[in-house]
Design a binder for this molecule. Structure first.
Ligand code: UDP
Length: 389
């Protein structure tokens, strides 16, 4: 029996781990163990995701101090892994829990598999970039979501036979839940639409990265841009807890003062996907939201100077507009006046990435059976420089 210990601890981690856990549970030769690292712990960033996405109760739950670094989280994970003795540790994404899980496994000599390997913003000021590079350096199996990530890993000297283009597990979750999400009544609850009738145009904003929200001057200018967009269409802004605190510090958190910007707390997944799916425009600094909008062909403006997900720009609906208000407002107006690129959904973002990944884990780490191999359709086209798993 192949024992796979997964570490997840944040909102995007839960969205990514859900299809992997479901796939492992379907495999008779695999025993999944889930560790909740406790990085996000409140109901709106954690519990409701476990419930909505059908993630089973974690086998272990840790409670690090809020904003713990990977180094602070690592010892508890190491002790847990020492007792559990998994055959492989599976980590997803680029948050502190990702790196902490990889480090804990590596010091015990347990192989690490990283899902979403190889993404690079080439922005050394971004905390997630350090987590990505270090996690990949510690990983034995590297599952990439887009070809650029494969190229980055090869350029960093990672062995070709350890890199797999697997597609995007976040889009597996989206594919699975989109129809259910479309039945969400969130638009009526937010006062965007009547229960029945035509849907007015609206925009969605999400911001949570330190580079966007930590400097009051930057946040104030971005806020000003959102207000200008909100003069044209309602802007719904589900506020991340980190951003909530920063808006409060700047005196911007009062919904009555938020001229046209409709502030709400972080939304549960199904409500948020519903909101994204029908939006005329999404403005974001989120990684996952760039991918989901590309998959749903919703226009997206990324309020950053770079992206580690270039396929969303080259093939999808994403534009990098930076943080200058004039550029944000001009790009938003262009989209709202009909200048939109429909784009195409990237190859292998097909809802079957978790299946490919679990099958590859079984092949590499010797599950007694090959549980899903016969069910997998391996795409015919050769991918330069890496195996499609
Ligand atoms: N999301 C959500 N509710 C919200 C905002 C985002 O469910 O109010 C989901 C979104 O659909 C995506 C994920 O959270 O699946 C993205 O997480 P986040 O933006 O926090 O992290 P990042 O992707 O930037 O790492």
């Amino acid at each position: 029996m192949l024992k796979v210990l997964s570490v997840a601890g944040t909102r995007p981690n839960f969205v990514k781990i859900a299809p992997l856990l479901a796939e492992m549970r379907r495999c008779p030769g695999v025993r999944p163990v889930l560790v909740h690292s406790g990085q996000h712990f409140d109901r709106e960033m954690s519990g409701c995701f476990l419930d909505e996405l059908g993630i089973p109760a974690p086998d272990f739950v840790l409670r690090p101090r809020p904003s713990a670094s990977p180094g602070e989280m690592m010892p508890a994970l190491r002790e847990l892994m020492r007792n559990e003795r998994p055959h492989v540790v599976l980590v997803v994404g680029d948050v502190n829990s990702t790196l902490a899980g990889a480090e804990a496994a590596a010091v015990l000599g347990i192989p690490v598999a990283h899902v979403e390997a190889g993404l690079r913003s080439f922005d050394s000021g971004m905390p997630e970039e350090a987590n990505r590079i270090a996690t990949d350096a510690l990983s034995s199996l590297l599952f990439a979501s887009e070809p650029s990530a494969v190229g980055n890993l090869l350029a960093e000297g990672r062995p070709r036979n350890r890199i797999f283009l697997a597609g995007n597990v976040m889009i597996d979750t989206l594919t699975q839940f989109l129809a259910v999400a479309r039945r969400s009544t969130v638009l009526a609850r937010l006062g965007i639409a009547a229960e029945s009738g035509t849907l007015p145009r609206y925009a969605v904003a999400t911001l949570h990265r330190p580079a966007t929200v930590d400097d009051p001057a930057v946040l104030g200018r971005v806020w000003g841009a959102l207000e200008e967009v909100a003069a044209e269409v309602p802007v719904v802004f589900p506020v991340h807890p980190r951003t909530q605190a920063r808006l409060r510090d700047c005196g911007l958190a009062d919904p009555d003062a938020a001229r046209g910007i409709r502030l709400t707390g972080p939304l549960p997944y199904l409500d948020f996907v519903r909101l994204e799916s029908a939006a005329a425009l999404v403005m974001t600094d989120s990684g996952g939201v760039q991918e989901e909008t590309t998959a749903m062909r919703v226009p997206c403006l990324t309020l950053r100077n770079n992206t580690e997900r270039p396929i969303t720009v080259h093939e999808g609906t994403n534009q990098i507009v930076g943080l200058e208000p004039a550029a944000i407002v001009a790009a938003a107006r262009a989209v709202l006046s009909g200048s939109v690129r429909i784009g195409r959904v990237p190859r292998l973002w097909d809802g079957r990435s978790a299946r490919r990944i679990v099958s590859t884990l079984c092949r590499h780490y010797g599950s007694r059976r090959e549980p899903v191999a016969s069910a997998i359709r391996i795409p015919a086209q050769a991918v330069p420089a890496a195996a499609v798993c």
